[in-house]
Design a protein around this ligand. Sequence first.
Ligand SMILES: NC(=O)c1ccc[n+]([C@@H]2O[C@H](COP(=O)([O-])OP(=O)(O)OC[C@H]3O[C@@H](n4cnc5c(N)ncnc54)[C@H](OP(=O)(O)O)[C@@H]3O)[C@@H](O)[C@H]2O)c1
Length: 313
Amino acid sequence: MNRALWYRRFGQPEAVLSLETAPLATPAAAQVQVQMIAAPINPSDVIPITGAYAHRVQPPRVAGYEGLGRVVATSDALPFSLGQHVLPLRGDGTWQQRLNCSGQWLVAVPEDIADDIALRGYINPLAARLMLRRWPVRDQQIILTAAGSDCARLLGQWALAGGARRVIGLHRAPQHAPRLRRLGIQPLAMHRESEILRLAAQSSLVFDAVGGRLGGALLAALRPCATLISYGLLSGQPLPVTPGDAMAQRFHLRDALAGMSAADWQAEFAALWPLLRRTQLSPLAPFPLSRWREALMLFYQSGRAVKPLLWLA
Ligand SMILES: NC(=O)c1ccc[n+]([C@@H]2O[C@H](COP(=O)([O-])OP(=O)(O)OC[C@H]3O[C@@H](n4cnc5c(N)ncnc54)[C@H](OP(=O)(O)O)[C@@H]3O)[C@@H](O)[C@H]2O)c1
């Protein structure tokens, strides 16, 4: 029997998620069965439950898009072994104890990668890496919004390692300022509007996960040759675009992966692991699956330094 966090309609996650127990099908020939170990709670997991992406994600679904597991059943035709640590991605939701995953997209975790790195080695790292490849930052001054987030902190660390001249991190909760400073990112509280607009006018790139009023103000303050990359709408409001603004471009991991071959997909992870080994990630706060509501409550806390985690083993 398998326990899984399902949503059968859109709504606030605490209202529509339910922990259900059901038998799991035996894996098909090209599938591997994975016993999950742990999965993080990211905005990328939570926002689709609300219906914000109703055009491409429809219930009923098991929630969760990433996490770490170990192989418990496989066929001789697939290059995986029993007990091997893997990321079961791009298939069924990961907020469950067991799932069957297509061998094509299953990612083997190298033995020297610690579990606390591997379990969040997909959504934010791959998004940050693909964005920095598409919009090079060498010698540029860049601005990150929602700078306390894991994705922004990856963007900031890797932008500096890639030669960015200056990285400014706009944060909401004051607790993020010292953490950002330690990473070499210049913190700036997001209510300091005139300072933000002054710095935006000198910047070439903004990586924006907030949208709404802040995103719109940044877009209006940038020079016409600058670019704002919109990769999230944490404000819950769209990015207002006015004629004459700098260029706004959208990034969504799902679109970036659409045409990617299985070989290129595996190559991305081969390149990500060495990068992740030398990157500072936030501490984790694990909760057993039965205490998923408490994990969600922590997720919603502004200023948290930790990433909540569902412990599934
Ligand atoms: N487009 C893509 O393919 C893609 C891929 C990966 C991630 N993302 C996006 O990246 C963003 C961050 O994800 P994550 O997993 O890194 O998040 P996270 O580590 O869970 O952190 C969430 C952060 O969001 C901040 N926040 C929430 N609402 C905010 C608001 N209205 N204004 C300003 N800050 C706000 C919080 O700031 P405080 O603590 O200061 O309150 C918190 O630091 C999300 O929007 C996610 O959807 C997009």
